[in-house]
Design a protein around this ligand. Structure first.
Ligand code: OAD
Length: 241
């Protein structure tokens, strides 16, 4: 990378007072979790059904056993730890200059790093609930069972994850939009910006400094400083002053 890009990013981080981070699956690849659309991503592997179907509301309802087989094998399989990107953001939040992390990821790694204000647009594997009585369960409770996990009441437990065919949580979207609209700087990282409505939220940004950190293509983000490098490696070089 041109060191000049790191210097420019350092200047942006130094002068921002309300930075917002908007991330996707590429933020967790350096923690060992594959993304969706890269060459080695989840969507370029072969399954019984297309992955979009395996992660859909219809699959959960109509083929619950197949859903959980895929979910356990491909989504819950990783004992991942936060990487330099997650840790940088948690440290920046402590200074009061990072207003929020908005993420499409469901892995909970921002919170594991210590981030407090995280808008999880697609939910979290760490929250699960009974579709019959509403009782909540943590991830350990789901992992403790095999196949389709059940509540003591007999109901099927569902992950609090936004599946294809389901809507996003209103409060999460409203909070994310407010954080983005009030930000003076935004870093968009590790996302192909192809999944809506999540990707559309970046349009609410009205601030001065916009940065995209992405190994591959991240669509057209006019006016952004584009850093074509790994997000963990990049943010790991930025000093928090
Ligand atoms: P994608 O897999 O579509 O995009 C990940 C992007 O991150 C790609 O552009 C990669 O080039 C880039 N990338 C990978 N590793 C990186 C790294 N270390 N540093 C920088 N860039 C890196 O993932 P998302 O955009 O998050 O939704 O996908 C959005 C949604 O699609 C997901 O939330 C999920 C999926 O279907 C649901 O499951 C509802």
């Amino acid at each position: 990378m041109g060191d000049s890009n790191i210097e420019k990013l350092q200047e942006i981080v130094d002068r921002s007072r309300r930075l917002v981070f908007f991330g996707g699956a590429g933020v967790s690849t350096e923690s060992g979790i594959p993304d969706f659309r890269s060459k080695d991503g989840l969507y370029n592997q072969k399954y019984k059904f297309p992955p979009e179907y395996m992660l859909s509301h219809s699959c959960f309802v109509d083929r619950t056993e197949d859903f959980y087989e895929f979910y356990r094998d491909k989504i819950l399989a990783y004992e991942a730890k936060p990487n330099a990107a997650h840790l940088f953001l948690a440290e920046l939040e402590k200074t009061g200059r990072l207003s929020a992390v908005v993420t499409q990821n469901i892995d909970g790694l921002h919170q594991a790093a210590g981030s407090k204000r995280v808008f999880e647009l697609h939910g979290s594997v760490h929250r699960n609930y009974c579709t019959r009585c509403g009782k909540f369960f943590d991830l350990a409770a789901v992992k403790a069972q095999t196949g389709v996990p059940h509540c003591p009441c007999g109901g099927v437990i569902k992950p609090d994850v936004v599946l294809y065919g389901e809507g996003l949580d209103d409060d999460t979207v409203t909070g994310a939009i407010k954080a983005i609209a009030e930000a003076d700087a935004m870093i968009i990282a590790g996302t192909s910006l192809t999944v809506y409505p999540a990707a559309g939220l970046i349009r609410y940004f009205r601030g001065r400094d916009l940065v995209v950190i992405n190994l591959g293509d991240a669509g057209d983000v006019p006016g952004a400083l584009f850093i074509h490098q790994k997000v963990g490696e990049t943010l790991g070089q930025i000093k928090i002053k």
